[in-house]
Write a protein of this length. Structure first.
Length: 287
């Protein structure tokens, strides 16, 4: 019995450490006061290190975009599963404008697995201020000096991502890596897109549109019935039918590339009815 109890304590301790380590590192994002539009928010960072099995400590940094004004604060936090309760307790370096001053903040943030964002509400313990914070895992170190990100191009991109309803960049990358391509099939001698593929193509558009440097290649095919010239033209019409549908869902012309190979790249042998059926297709790949 004592051994079982000891194993249970070890398991609880292991799980608690895992919860804390999940939040360790640098998070960056935006802080938006109540009444502000998203694009009026300020840039914010948190850098956490483990303090105990359920606690974190570290620093936060806030910057006024396109200015020289910033503040660094000491912060402590408690962790419960995917929830983080933080409190800024003391100022470090800071630079104020003549019209405003920085406040100490306290809040509750929750990690959303589907979006990759750590977000929630905050209020000030030193002045009248409250609002919302939205963070994502940072690939960079948090600055501890008076060097500020004067251009904040990442913040403008982040605001745009939020307005479009996009998840964090690493969630989008994982969705792209895990996206499963399958062919779109056509009826004999037809280039009409069948309705059953619309949801699949809609999901493909979401992936492409959530990556600024991603394109989709559409490759048209036919079986061996008909002349080579006819099949080249038919495969082109099938590829264009899919392209037109993707454009109707919001893709731009420069995000789509088409190829048409006629009967020259069969998926299966054309010697059987099944092979002929599966060769009447359009394939895809990200480029």
């Amino acid at each position: 019995m004592k051994r079982l109890f000891l194993l249970l304590l070890i398991l609880i301790s292991f799980l608690s450490k895992g919860q804390v380590s999940f939040f360790e590192g640098v998070w960056q994002g935006i802080i938006i006061n109540n009444g502000q539009k998203t694009e009026q928010g300020k840039a914010i960072w948190f850098e956490f290190i483990r303090d105990s099995d359920t606690k974190l400590k570290g620093e936060s940094r806030i910057e006024t975009p396109f200015s020289q004004y910033y503040a660094i604060k000491l912060v402590k936090a408690n962790v419960n599963k995917k929830q983080l309760s933080f409190e800024e307790v003391m100022f470090g370096n800071k630079k104020n404008s003549g019209r405003a001053y920085w406040c100490l903040l306290k809040g509750e943030l929750t990690y959303n697995d589907s979006t990759g964002y750590l977000s929630g509400d905050y209020y000030s313990t030193s002045c009248r201020s409250s609002g919302k914070i939205i963070l994502f895992r940072s690939k960079y170190q948090m600055s501890k000096t008076d060097t500020v990100s004067l251009y904040h191009s990442w913040l403008n991109t982040f605001v745009s991502d939020l307005k479009r309803g996009w998840p964090a960049y690493y969630v989008r990358d994982e969705q792209m890596r895990n996206f499963e391509f399958h062919p779109v099939y056509f009826d004999h001698d037809k280039d009409i897109l069948r309705p059953e593929y619309q949801n699949y193509l809609s999901n493909m558009v979401k992936i492409v549109n959530s990556h600024t440097d991603l394109r989709i290649k559409i490759i048209g095919h036919t079986n061996s019935i008909g002349s080579d010239a006819y099949n080249i033209d038919l495969s082109k019409r099938r590829a264009n039918a899919v392209k037109d549908y993707l454009l109707s869902l919001g893709l731009r012309e420069d995000q789509v590339v088409i190829e048409y190979r006629g009967e020259r790249d069969p998926a299966l042998s054309n010697a059987t009815p099944k092979g002929k059926k599966l060769n009447r297709r359009v394939d895809f790949e990200f480029i």
